[in-house]
Design a protein around this ligand. Structure first.
Ligand SMILES: [Zn+2]
Length: 330
């Protein structure tokens, strides 16, 4: 199977983890941004996490440099366009990109301008390539719940115009969900769909709470439901979809190696799994590579690929018409 040629759907991809090194250098030159090096290989080294990374917290350090050049409308639009361009070139037909607007306010951009710029980048790419996209607003769970509330309030006007969902991301502490019950409930009331990073760093209970307290329909990673029966049960019973990212999970040491990844066991047991990159540059990967890894480790068949593709279409936060069109592609 050539996964490059097959149509693919990506539901879990962070904008700031997917910035081309040459673009970082180019924007830094144009906008006079102070970055640690103007050498492409050195920038690439600094923004790519090694497979021998020791933890999620170490992995997250790779995002510092990209965010330095993500502080203008033009750069946000360009970086989004280029991400979709890269995805389209490997036959990704639909992608949901996520980003945390608060990280792009350092030089005075307003939250609304930030969201609009990313949507503009998506729209540009849709004009140029055979790809469609939507936007997920991430809230930083290491910040206050008021910050999340602000993003949810300001993003509300973009629902149905490119924004589809809200997410909580960043370092994972046990019991983080409780702090965000109110803002996420409000988001649901406004019409945002909900996906939450949880169970990425050993804490399966967070998945249970993300579903029960926050109403998560999808879980970013969810690896550690494997060790927490109640979480496993609710994910299976409620058909909560797991956005799994094999390379990233090895880098953050959610699993020690690819063959220890629970994705295939979950899949065989009827859990709705999907395959994603998490971060194309930080994890030095793309959808083709992720499927190649899953295929190599677990010998998946074309039928398995198709099932995972359908899982992704069904779990996507796009409209019915787009879902139907995507289904026809395989
Ligand atoms: Zn993620």
């Amino acid at each position: 199977m050539s996964f490059k040629d097959l149509p693919k759907i990506e539901l879990h991809c962070h904008l700031d983890g997917s910035v081309r090194p040459e673009t970082i250098i180019d924007i830094a030159k144009k906008e006079g941004v102070d970055i640690p090096s103007f050498d492409k290989n050195e920038i690439k080294r600094q923004i790519t996490a090694p497979l021998e990374c020791t933890s999620l917290n170490e992995y997250l350090k790779a995002f510092l440099v990209p965010n330095l050049v993500m502080q203008s409308k033009e750069s946000l639009k360009r970086i989004t366009f280029e991400l979709f361009e890269d995805a389209a070139k490997e036959n990704v037909k639909y992608m949901e990109v996520r980003f945390a607007p608060v990280l792009h306010t350092v030089k005075g951009l307003e939250i609304q301008e930030i969201i609009q710029s990313v949507i503009d980048g998506v729209k540009d790419s849709e004009q140029r390539y055979d790809i469609k996209g939507n936007v997920i607003l991430s809230c930083m769970r290491n910040m206050s719940s008021d910050k999340a509330l602000e993003v949810i309030e300001k993003g509300k006007a973009f629902l149905g115009k490119g924004v589809v969902a809200v997410d909580l991301c960043a370092a994972e502490e046990e019991g983080f969900c409780e702090k965000f019950v109110e803002p996420i409930a409000l988001a649901r009331k406004y019409g945002y769909r909900v996906t939450i990073h949880a169970g990425e760093t050993g804490i399966g209970k967070n998945v249970l709470e993300a579903v029960e307290l926050l109403g998560a329909e999808r879980i970013g990673h969810g690896v550690f439901i494997k060790d927490y029966h109640e979480a496993y049960k609710i994910v299976k019973k409620k058909n909560v979809v797991l956005e799994m990212c094999p390379t990233s999970n090895v880098q953050t040491k959610a699993v020690n190696s690819f063959n220890e990844h629970p994705i295939y066991n979950f899949y065989k047991d009827g859990i709705k799994v999907t395959v994603n990159t998490d971060n194309r540059i930080v994890s030095d990967t793309n959808m083709t590579k992720e499927f190649d890894i899953v295929s190599k480790e677990f010998n998946i068949t074309y039928e398995d690929y198709k099932q995972i593709y359908y899982n992704s279409v069904e779990a996507s936060f796009t409209d019915l018409e787009t879902k139907e069109r995507l289904k026809e592609l395989v």
